[in-house]
Design a protein around this ligand. Sequence first.
Ligand code: ATR
Length: 307
Amino acid sequence: MPNPFNTEIDASTRYCAVYGHPIKHSASPAMQNAGIAALGLNWRYLAFEVHPDDLASAIAGAKAMKFLGLNLTVPHKLLAVGMVDIIDESAKRWGAVNTIRFETENSDGQWVPLARVPADAITEIRSHGFNTDADAITRSVQEDLKIELNGASILLLGAGGAGRVAALKLAAEGVKNLFLVNRTKTKAEEIAALIREEHPSVTVTVGYPKNSVDLLLNATSLGLRPSDASPLDASEFSVKDAGAVYDMIYRPAETPLLNAAKNAGCRTANGIGMLLYQGARALELWSEKPAPISIMRGALEKNVYQK
Ligand code: ATR
C-alpha cells in the first residue's frame, strides 16, 4: 500500500494521541492522520488504552516525550479537568477537557504550541486543557438534522461527561424546554440545577416529556455494544414523538435507537459529525492551521462505514 504520508516516520516525527478506556474502536487515528498528511506535517496520531488510574501519569509521559497534544475520550474528560496545568475558557465553561495542547515559552515569554518549536529547543512545557466537544455537538446537530436550537424542545438521554456538556451547551444556545433523563438521577438533577441558575429562561425537567419534542439526543453509551438495552424507556416516551434523533455513538453507525427512529419516520444522524468537528478543532489548536475538514470527513466515513 502506498504511504499516504509525505514523510516516513523518522527521528523528527512529532506525535499526538488519544487516550481512552476502551479505545480500540476509535476512528480518531484514521481521521487525524488523514488531516495531518493533508497538512504535510511530519506528525503521527496514535491511540492508547489508558486506565483512569493511569491518566495523570500518561499525560505526564506525553509531556515528557514532547507530544504536541492529546485527545481524551471516555472516561477521562471530567477527570482531566484537575490534571492539566492550565484550563482554557472552553473547558472551564463546559466542565470537561477533551483536548490538551502542550505549550512552551518562546523567547518573548509567551506560551506557544509545541509544534512551533523544534523538539530539541524545548525546555519547560505546560499542558493546556480545552473543550472542543461542545461546539461540535451543536454544529453537527444543526447541520445534520437542520434543527434550529433556539426555542427547541429537547429530550437528552445521559448525564455523564458527554451528556453534561451537551446539556449546558444546548441551554446556552437558548433551547426552550430541556428534558434530562439519566440512570443515575442525581447527576441529571445536578445539571438541571446548574442550568436553572445560569440560564433561567430554559425550562429544565428531570424526566420524560409528556408531549412531542423537536429532538431526542442520546449521550449515553448504550448502543455501543449489541447486547445493550435501549437508552430510551419506550413505556415513558415513544421515539415517533421526536421530530429528529441524534445519537452521539458513531460505531455502530446505526444503533438500534437510530434504526427505530428511522423506521418511525424521524430525521436521524449519528455522532460522526460531532467526532469530526471536535477533532478538526483539536488539530487546529495543535497546528494553528485550518483543518482539512472534507479530507478528515472522508477518512472518518471510510473508517466507520467500510470497517
Ligand atoms: P461519556 O463521557 O461518554 O458521557 P460517561 O461519563 O461514562 O461517558 O457517561 C456514560 C453515560 O451513559 C451516563 O449517562 C451513564 O449513566 P450513569 O450516569 O447512570 O452512569 C450512561 N450509561 C452507561 N451505562 C448505562 C446502562 N447500562 N444503563 C443506563 N445508562 C447507562
